[in-house]
Write a new protein. Structure first.
Length: 154
């Protein structure tokens, strides 16, 4: 690898937050393709957003959080293996707990990410968890706050 290629690789890092739905799979495929074409480090991010548990009637919220994180570890290990099998040289898995917007920004800054590849979330077939307007505002806020190059998979 030439010095210029090493410098480009050091500067190109791709972050791909996933939730596991069909749009996540499309985002994973695009992130892998971009990582290979740019010879970039690929970072898969699984965010455990437990706001919904504030109103839970179960007593073992900590156990539920631990199980969500374990699910994330399992999913990310499969994705990392898939990326390596397709030719990605450097891939890492990151699991964080918190607000999706804040975690994406935090990880992007800490890891000096240059690109974000994200799928438009779908809760159930045909019903988006964000309206198009809300999701576009979400993406615009990330772009303005971070300066990331964003690829959104529809």
């Amino acid at each position: 690898m030439s010095p210029a290629e090493k410098k480009e690789r050091a500067m190109t890092r791709i972050l791909c937050p996933i939730r596991g739905g069909p749009q996540s799979q499309k985002a994973v495929d695009l992130a892998i393709e971009l990582s290979i074409s740019k010879n970039a480090k690929l970072m898969f991010l699984y965010i455990v957003d437990v706001d919904f548990l504030e109103h839970a009637t179960v007593a073992r919220v900590n156990l539920m959080v631990a199980e969500l994180k374990e699910t994330g570890h399992f999913a990310l290990s499969i994705l990392c293996d898939k990326a390596r099998a397709r030719g990605v040289d450097e891939v890492v898995a990151i699991i964080r707990e918190g607000d999706i917007f804040e975690v994406i920004l935090s990880v992007a800054e800490e890891s000096q990410v240059s690109h974000l590849v994200i799928g438009r979330p779908i809760r159930t077939p045909g019903i988006k968890s964000f309206s198009d307007k809300q999701f576009n505002k979400f993406l615009k806020s990330i772009e303005e706050a971070s300066g990331l190059n964003i690829e959104c998979v529809e």
